[in-house]
Write a protein that binds this ligand. Structure first.
Ligand code: XUL
Ligand code: CO
Length: 439
């Protein structure tokens, strides 16, 4: 059975007009000593790609994601076949999943667990056959009505226990499938009103659950990274993992920073009022950069639209941060993105991925060009040159004091030169590199 149009998606170069070809993503092309595929580590999101059918708040699904199979295990297996076919055709080497994406939930947690046991060997066999790997796994702790008041932050201990059971199982599967990451996205870990909320207990409990997950994972051979994925709101009014800085404070408060890194999602950054590269920069400069959910929001809308990325400015500035962070280790670029409700055909999925992959390939090429060009880095270095010598060096070395600095300033060293901050110059440089015709 073949679900998607036949043939592998090939690289045809920037002048190609074939929508089913890569214009910039050339998997084996070596840039700065490493293949593009190894630097970008693209992943397919199981949920959007194989399950989401275009349902929104105002209407039922528009897409057929049954893959010709009856609802139940049969459909889960058809989705596995379709997913591996899609990844093979695109040359996507990783995937990410929630427990609920890969198997029917059944009547209760025990049945869900049995269903998972039926599909995991099928996934494993496809991984062996294709060489495709698991980037990260997670548990869906936000969809079921039992999680209406939160999962790890629920006011009910029994629900906390259900969350623990799902995490244990999702971790078992992640380990079984050789995943290098395990994600906590706090879907309903937040509140709608403080009037009914014990914030301190909820956050302490969330940390308790994470510690238990780390202990269990490490005791059962999980050597990858745990990730937290920040998001400020939606579905709750306030989510505890608001943004990268908030998450770092949480991790440090609870002593979780050694085991956890951050999974930064572009659209979540937008919702938090930050740029994507701001969130990545916060993660990188705190040694917490882990993985990326690659998508794009709409600046005119206040919710998570999870669009496939096509903004080359954003992907370039993102890849600049990834390169500065030393590249991905356990993480990668997971397309946590969905084709629009009106883009209802399987071809639309192929084109969405091609566009997303090309956008990040171009981002990688252009980020290295910015680095090789050197003007941006040397501008920054010059801007902070006063900290390399004299009083500035003493500040950085920690060998001065308020008294010495006061005496220094009062002696007349207090007139900053009118040096331009250079924003427009740097924007001009970036445009000249982005549109120099070399890609
Ligand atoms: C929701 C979101 C999730 C996480 C995984 O906004 O981004 O899909 O990536 O639970
Ligand atoms: Co995400």
């Amino acid at each position: 059975m073949e679900y998607f149009r036949s043939g592998k998606i090939a690289y045809e170069g920037p002048s190609s007009v074939n929508p089913f070809a890569f214009k910039f993503y050339d998997a084996d092309r070596v840039i700065h000593g490493k293949k593009m595929s190894e630097q970008l580590r693209f992943a397919m999101s199981w949920w959007h790609t194989l399950c989401a059918d275009g349902t929104d708040m105002f209407g039922i699904g528009t897409m057929d994601k049954s893959f010709g199979a009856e609802d139940g295990i049969e459909r889960s297996i058809a989705r596995i076949e379709a997913g591996f076919e899609l990844m093979s055709k695109l040359g996507v080497e990783y995937f990410c999943f929630h427990d609920k994406d890969i198997a029917p939930e059944g009547k209760n947690l025990a049945e869900f667990s049995e269903n998972l046991d039926k599909v995991v060997p099928v996934i494993k066999a496809q991984m062996k056959k294709t060489g495709i790997k698991l980037l990260w796994g997670t548990a869906n702790l936000f969809n079921h009505p039992r999680y209406a008041y939160g999962a790890g932050t629920s006011c009910y201990a029994d629900i906390f226990a259900c969350a623990a059971a799902q995490i244990k199982k999702a971790l078992d599967i992640t380990i079984e499938l050789g995943g290098t990451g395990y994600v906590f996205w706090g879907g309903r870990e937040g509140y709608d009103t403080l009037l009914n909320t014990d914030m301190a207990l909820e956050q302490d409990n969330m940390a308790r659950l994470m510690h238990m997950a780390v202990d269990y994972g490490r005791a059962h051979g999980f050597t990858g990274d745990f990730y937290i994925e920040p998001k400020p709101k939606e579905p709750t009014k306030h989510q505890y993992d608001f943004d990268a800085s908030t998450v770092l404070a949480f991790l440090r408060k609870y002593g979780l920073e050694k085991d956890f890194k951050l999974n930064i999602e572009a659209n979540h950054a937008t919702l938090a009022g930050h740029t994507f590269n701001h969130e990545l920069c916060v993660a990188r400069t705190n040694n917490a950069f882990g993985s990326i959910d690659a998508n794009q929001g709409d600046l005119l809308l206040g919710w998570d639209t999870d669009e496939f990325p096509w903004n080359v400015y954003e992907s370039t500035l993102c890849m600049l941060e990834v390169i500065r962070a030393g590249g991905f280790v356990t993480g990668g670029l997971n397309f946590d993105a969905k084709s629009r409700r009106a883009s209802m055909n399987l071809d639309d999925i192929l084109i969405s991925y091609i566009t997303g992959m090309d956008t990040f390939a171009l981002g990688l090429i252009k980020a290295y060009e910015i680095i090789d060009d050197g003007r941006v880095d040397s501008f920054i270095a010059d801007r902070y040159a006063s900290y390399k010598e004299g009083i500035g060096k003493k500040i950085v070395d920690g060998t001065t004091s308020l008294e010495e600095l006061a005496a220094y300033a009062l002696a007349g060293n207090n007139e900053p030169k009118k040096v331009s901050g250079g924003q427009e110059y740097l924007e001009n440089v970036i445009n000249s590199i982005l549109f120099n015709g070399k890609a």
